[in-house]
Design a protein around this ligand. Sequence first.
Ligand SMILES: Cc1ncc(COP(=O)(O)O)c(C=O)c1O
Length: 361
Amino acid sequence: MKGSKVKIAGKELISYTDCSYLGLNDHPKIKEAMISALNKYGTNNSSSRLLGGTTELHSELERRLARFTGNQASIVYSLGYMANLGCISALVHPEEFILLDMKSHASLVDASMLSHGKIIPFRHNRLDALEKTLERVKGKALIVTEGVFSMEGNIPPLDELYELANKYEAGLMVDDAHGLFIIGENGRGTAELFNLEGKIDISMGTLSKTIPLIGGFIAGNETIIKHLIASSRTFIFTLALPPHIVAGAMAALDVIEEKPELRTELFKRVDYVSGKLQSLGFKKHNSVSPIIPVDIGNEEHAYKIMKILEKRGIFVDVAVYPAGKIDKAILRFIITLKHSYEELDYTITELGKACKQFGII
Ligand SMILES: Cc1ncc(COP(=O)(O)O)c(C=O)c1O
């Protein structure tokens, strides 16, 4: 993929499925850093991080991610999925409880199952329900949620979650895969938005979205990170990230830190799309991020609209059960800096026409 387009069966479509929000996946600085590291280190060193896999680049990236998120330390895994799996399974014991927001990403669900802790899901962002459970499991729970929910782009009341965690002596883990690097004045994630930088026990991020590579990380205090290094199975028993990926991630971090105007431009586009959709008669959504959900409801209609859009040169995801509730299908548009205003205008017009056919607006 280059620019905003994907080629499917020989036809170019404007794609709304790519989470590299700042459009960095063709950035010359990142590619140069990767090529230079490839030349220096080769393709990989075929070794786990605890054996020969750690280079000075890995350690530097971990220091930088810790500093960026306002934490003492961080640990980089080969995937965001692995970060969640390795972290929760290493921290939660079978006699402990994981209080999991019901709309949490599958990797958090899988991680919780792997831990053998007792999982108690709570209704999406319903802190009253969460508090009732916390009363029962005081001192023995980890609350797990997302910073920006990946399907609908909304955020949880992190300040209230933080207070509840303190009140009931629970840990708090926030998967900020979609928030880190774009949300908050300095892109330091949902924690920054709530003035909680460095206060969340466990912050998770990926290197596969705004940082457009592959990998994931956990940031927290030194004790937690040391424990993860020593006991996290998805860190120990797999290959280290290749050094050129690590070099690329640091170059992406440079761009993110040096160019705050990219975030401003991104959110201008997000506000533009949201405003236009509302003026066409679409329901107001709760997203505060570049993930724009368009409610369709009926799953068959959602697929039909997706196909109509595809014919008109627009590629978008449909999220249906089990990603959401039955018959609450949404079209999930992901806005990035790669989309021009002309492309956005064209998409909104075509979406409006297609949705009118099904009585959605
Ligand atoms: C909320 C959330 N957490 C974790 C992940 C997994 O991250 P990765 O793709 O880096 O493995 C994703 C990816 O889709 C995600 O959306």
